[in-house]
Design a protein around this ligand. Structure first.
Ligand code: SF4
Ligand code: SF4
Length: 166
């Protein structure tokens, strides 16, 4: 099994659960818009691709060959562990599935998603915690903490591509 096979079954660095934005080169912004991607301006004025990405279909990038440079460069901690041979493929896949299961547990405690633009489970949970969707139970709050800790442990740690929007 290949490295890219792991990513095809994951998609967590594209769905907004790990990052809110992917920085774009200025020259990439128009191409990204043509591909139907949501381009926003960061506080620095630099363009960025908003996550969850509209190019993500299921767990896969639908414009893989044309994806921006920031997407090409990124590798999470789990990907690096697999590439370095410290985690075998099947174990890496189990981590991916566990992450999705933990996020699904959070989602079960959230109100149905009626927003037409893609919003990640953790983004929706953040809004719910702020009370904009009526809050959520202590059980869902605990599920959110478990999911965030798991993502921090297994996925964050590569080059971060988070930058707050302007
Ligand atoms: S989070 Fe890691 S394993 Fe998942 S798609 Fe991104 S680079 Fe691949
Ligand atoms: S363009 Fe593709 S690789 Fe980049 S964030 Fe969107 S779905 Fe992921």
């Amino acid at each position: 099994m290949s490295l890219s096979e792991l990513c095809r079954r994951c998609g967590l660095c594209c769905d907004g659960n790990l990052f809110s934005h992917v920085p774009l080169e200025r020259a990439e912004a128009d191409a990204a818009r043509r591909n139907g991607l949501e381009v926003v301006a960061l506080a620095t004025g630099a363009p960025a691709l908003r996550q969850g990405c509209t190019a993500l279909k299921g767990r896969q990038c639908s414009i893989y060959l044309e994806r921006p440079e920031g997407c090409r460069r990124y590798a999470c901690r789990l990907f690096n562990a697999l590439a370095g041979g410290t985690v075998p493929f099947e174990e890496a896949l189990q981590v991916v599935e566990q992450a999705h299961a933990l996020l699904a547990a959070v989602e079960r405690g959230l109100a149905p998603d009626t927003d037409p633009r893609p919003a990640s489970v953790l983004e929706r949970a953040r809004f719910a915690a702020w009370g904009e969707e009526g809050g959520f139970s202590s059980g869902t709050s605990a599920a959110r903490e478990r999911a965030e800790a798991f993502l921090d442990q297994h996925f964050h740690g590569g080059p971060r591509r988070f930058e707050p929007p302007g």
